[in-house]
Write a protein that binds this ligand. Structure first.
Ligand SMILES: C[S@@+](CC[C@H](N)C(=O)[O-])C[C@H]1O[C@@H](n2cnc3c(N)ncnc32)[C@H](O)[C@@H]1O
Length: 334
């Protein structure tokens, strides 16, 4: 089954009622081998970073990263988690015999008191869809500024956001154009809404028509909270004659303090992660010839009313032989 067919199949499948209160996302995250194994490798293969160090795990969830750190020889790990999962984490820590090394603290990073003045390492898996959705990055930066020693380490410490352009006729028809004619009725007001909502889904690498453009690199050990709002220019050059239906954003994560640079990509050419990719559908279909470029800018900002949401403004133009277009589109991730 191709990813496009797979997406159509999933769209037609009704959600199955769950019989458990364990959040699906927790399971999905732990089963995301690219994500969890990378953190495990970073910790187990770089014990020199952790030996006898005090670690703060920001947003500990089940406590999995804290357990890795304790096993790697950390002197003490403070696992801070604001949800009810903190209670589970306490049980898990006890069940695995690490109660003397890991202290689970239930509460928000912004509100809790740590029993120590400073920590040597901050570890966190804070990345959301489109990297910045849910805005947990600010929580990590808050912890960094409050508790990290001057020469302390933040893991991961680098992340980059990329943009590319794809052909996606089949799925755009199914998700967006569908609203033009619903059993003979015009429901295109819903189409407008659908166009504004970025779609989190997997993209087949064969759909990629242009180069992949780096938009922004963030250094988590140095950046200011405001740096997560930015405007970045882009130039996407077609590698073949094709149609463009959407732009696609994805991110890479790096742990540069490791003995050997370690990280992972959430891009369409890499193994699928639970972050998938973020698809921004264009109002128009662009007919692009090899060598022609879509140029523009992507502005990303925290939503003013709800800081967990992300507002995206896309400006793009194509001055091609078969297509001339210049547009601005607004998207909201919520
Ligand atoms: C992406 S999950 C990662 C969980 C775990 N570290 C892992 O890798 O499996 C992020 C966790 O951070 C928690 N969290 C989000 N904001 C927080 C905050 N301000 N203070 C404490 N925990 C927070 C969430 O409840 C969630 O469990």
């Amino acid at each position: 089954m191709s990813p496009t067919t797979c997406r159509l199949w999933m769209a037609m499948t009704k959600p199955v009622p769950t019989i458990t209160s364990i959040p699906t996302l927790t399971l999905e995250m732990l089963k995301d081998v690219v994500r969890t194994k990378t953190y495990q490798n970073v910790i187990y293969q770089n014990k020199f970073l952790f030996k006898d160090k005090v670690v703060l795990d920001v947003g500990a969830g089940t406590g999995i990263l804290s357990l890795f750190c304790a096993k790697a020889g950390a002197a003490h790990v403070y696992a801070v988690e604001c949800s009810h999962m903190a209670d589970m984490a306490k049980e898990i820590v006890e069940a695995n015999g690490f109660s003397n090394v890991i202290t689970v603290l239930k509460g928000k990073i912004e509100e809790i008191d740590l029993p120590v003045a400073k920590v040597d390492i901050i570890i966190s898996e804070w990345m959301g869809y489109f990297l910045l959705f849910e805005n947990m990055l600010n929580t990590v930066l808050h912890a960094r500024d409050k508790w990290l020693v001057d020469d302390g380490v933040v893991l991961p410490d680098k992340t980059s956001l990329y943009l590319t352009a794809i052909e996606d006729a089949e799925y755009k028809d199914d998700k967006i154009e569908f609203w033009n004619n619903v059993y003979g009725f015009d429901m295109s007001c819903i189409k407008k809404q659908a166009l504004m909502e970025p779609l989190v889904d997997t993209v087949d690498q064969n759909q990629i028509v242009t180069n992949c453009q780096l938009l922004k690199t963030m250094d988590i050990s140095k950046m200011a909270p405001g740096d997560a709002s930015f405007t970045a220019p882009f130039k996407l050059v077609a590698e073949r004659d094709d149609y463009i239906h959407a732009l696609v954003a994805y991110f890479d994560v790096s742990f540069t303090k490791c003995h050997k640079l370690t990280g992972f990509s959430t891009g369409p050419r890499s193994r699928v992660t639970h972050w998938k990719q973020t698809v921004l559908y264009l109002e128009d279909v662009l007919t692009i010839c090899e060598g022609e470029a879509i140029v523009g800018s992507l502005a990303v900002a925290q939503n003013k009313k709800n800081p967990r949401d992300v507002d995206i403004m896309l400006k793009y133009s194509l001055n091609g032989r078969r297509c001339m277009v210049s547009k601005t589109q607004h998207y909201k991730m919520r």
